[in-house]
Ligand binder design. Structure first.
Ligand code: FEO
Length: 165
């Protein structure tokens, strides 16, 4: 099998950073949501952050599995504040769409480099991105439905608290 090409290594190594930045962003959102008295949404977002950490670790282990070294890069700090819950979810969906583009780029590089093992490895992420975008889109649709009343938002917050690990 052999080591990753320089180009493939560099792109995967950077993706570890992007997934860690997703973790950092969602954790920042969880902190803000908790501060805004939406503990259910905060819980939901912390679980999402945990998933991003798992994505980063999956790629980290794959790089090592191909006998390459991981080089951790500096993370960008997330924003400190958002307009409202809808804004948080809207920004999250936009973020996931950017990540989908990054995954697609990795798939393109794997094809260019004729790296079949990496192509297969990345298929999990391609499928995962469809799921991630759908998850955020569903939450956004629900918020848009209930937005007119505060009591409905509190009901939705209780529903978000039920997300399992
Ligand atoms: Fe790791 Fe939400 O993409």
């Amino acid at each position: 099998m052999g080591k990753l090409s320089e180009k493939m290594w560099s792109a995967l190594n950077e993706q570890v950073k992007y997934e860690m930045e997703s973790w950092y962003l969602y954790l920042g959102m969880a902190a803000w949501l908790n501060d805004q008295a939406f503990p259910g949404f905060a819980h939901w977002m912390r679980i999402q952050a945990g998933e991003e950490m798992q994505h980063a670790q999956k790629i980290y282990k794959y790089i090592e599995g191909r006998d390459n070294k991981v080089e951790l890069l500096p993370l960008a700090a997330p924003p400190k504040t958002w307009t409202n819950v809808e804004d948080v979810i809207e920004k999250s969906l936009a973020h996931e769409q950017v990540v989908t583009g990054l995954i697609n780029k990795l798939v393109d590089i794997a094809a260019e480099e004729k790296d079949h093992a990496t192509s297969v490895f990345l298929q999990w992420f391609v499928t995962e991105q469809v799921e991630e975008e759908e998850t955020f889109r569903t939450v956004l649709d629900q918020i848009k439905l209930v937005k007119p009343t505060c009591s409905a938002m509190l009901y939705l917050d209780k529903h978000m608290a039920k997300r399992g690990e």
